[in-house]
Design a protein around this ligand. Structure first.
Ligand code: ADP
Length: 388
């Protein structure tokens, strides 16, 4: 033990009161420090000269105990840190506050730098006088490299995604005009010339019209989806009932007959109105669409308190084909569909709009479903107070 120092055991490792003598606890502590390989643990005198050295310190910093004991700890700092007096400043802070944590570059004996996580603590004698500093250093170079690599990859992926989205946005946008021409001229053909065509020609024409209608839907959905991340979504008080009424207007009169909404009194939520209408519309029309051909669709919409405090949940339940648990996560990704368009028409973007829209409005979403017993999709939004 260094003369005058309080054994670190009393500061760091809590020994059971009865049992170990001061001598024993010191030797237990010493063996503990000696066994540590991943941490440099050493003691500085009040001026910052190194007084002890453990194998971890030797492994991380490259100096043997004989080489380093007695030297000033500023030897580990980069020239730019020495220029700003960082070592002395750190000791001053620890002397005042008791402890300091830092993550920054330090030097090894061979001059290479490593990313160090450093903890310095103040050591006091019985009267509260500073008699030195304890220093624990860890080499986090590898960890830092991994996390930087990870950040880089995430940034790259985000950039690629953004580029892809920008690309799909501009393609969709540019497709609209030629698509309108195909739709318009094929409609004109049907209206004005179909009497001149034989059955096969009329069938081909109908296929052109159907395909362009599908493509129009896809382009519209893609534009809506990418708009959700491109534009600012101002969230404001929206009356759920009127949003539901607007969503219902998008349905045909026939479809509306299969939807029942349990109305409540005025219910305000924080949302972007157009996005909310679109989300409700997508969920309701999915409920109407995904049922066995021999079955009649049936969708109910309920409004109730959400699971989180001060939230409102809208629950859209159908009696349709249901969704197996293993697919429930992926259907919220763009273009993920569980069926071919010959069974159920669609673009595979509806639920991706639900996901992104809810995320952008700080809401949550989810579903409960099992094959054959229908699905219950829900969204949850912050409730809003009526302004007085
Ligand atoms: P789309 O309806 O255009 O196919 P969505 O993104 O809205 O695209 O839905 C993705 C897929 O999730 C659907 O193709 C379907 O397989 C499944 N799905 C969505 N809603 C339901 C539902 N209510 N019942 C059964 N399956 C559904």
């Amino acid at each position: 033990m260094i003369p005058g120092l309080i054994p670190m055991t009393q500061r760091v490792v809590k020994m059971p009161k009865p049992g170990l003598s001061r001598f024993q606890s010191e030797s237990v502590f010493r063996s503990l420090v000696e066994a540590v390989q991943d941490y440099a643990i050493f003691v500085l005198d009040p001026k910052g000269n190194i007084m002890t050295w453990n194998p971890g310190a030797e492994r991380i910093k490259g100096y043997s105990a004989e080489e380093i004991i007695g030297k000033h700890f500023s030897i580990f700092y980069l020239p730019e840190d020495l220029a700003t007096n960082k070592p002395a400043r750190e000791l001053e802070t620890v002397a005042e506050t008791g402890m300091l944590e830092d993550e920054s570059w330090r030097l090894r004996k061979d001059g290479t730098a490593f990313w160090a996580s450093v903890l310095i603590t103040r050591l006091l004698d019985d009267k509260g006088k500073i008699i030195g500093f304890g220093k624990i250093t860890r080499d986090l170079t590898e960890r830092r490299r991994y996390s930087q690599e990870l950040e880089l990859r995430i940034a790259e992926r985000e950039r690629t995604n953004a580029e892809l989205e920008a690309f799909s946005y501009s393609v969709s946008h540019d497709l609209r005009a030629p698509l309108r021409a195909i739709e318009g001229f094929s409609q004109a053909l049907r209206e004005e010339y179909s009497h001149l065509f034989d059955e096969t020609a009329n069938d081909y024409l109908q296929q052109v019209i159907d395909a362009s209608t599908r493509m129009n839907r896809l382009v519209q959905d893609l534009l809506n989806y990418s708009r959700l991340s491109r534009t600012e979504l101002a969230v404001d008080k929206v009356d759920l009932n009127s949003a539901l009424t607007s969503a219902m207007k998008e349905l045909t009169t026939q479809e509306r007959k299969f939807v029942s909404i349990s109305r409540h009194q005025k219910m305000l939520v924080m949302a972007h109105e157009q996005t909310l209408i679109q989300i409700l519309g997508n969920l309701i029309s999915n409920g109407l669409k995904f049922h066995a051909p021999e079955q009649q669709p049936q969708v109910t919409v309920d409004i109730r308190p959400g699971a989180r405090p001060k939230t409102v949940r809208v629950l859209i339940t159908d009696r349709g084909i249901g969704i197996a648990p293993e697919h429930q996560h992926r259907i919220f990704q763009v273009f993920e569909r569980l069926h071919g368009i010959e069974d159920f028409p669609g673009t595979g973007i509806g639920l991706a709009i639900v996901k992104r829209g809810m995320e952008r409005m700080d809401g949550t979403y989810g579903l409960e479903s099992s094959p054959g017993s229908g699905s219950a999709f829900w969204i949850e939004l912050q409730a809003a107070e009526e302004s007085k």
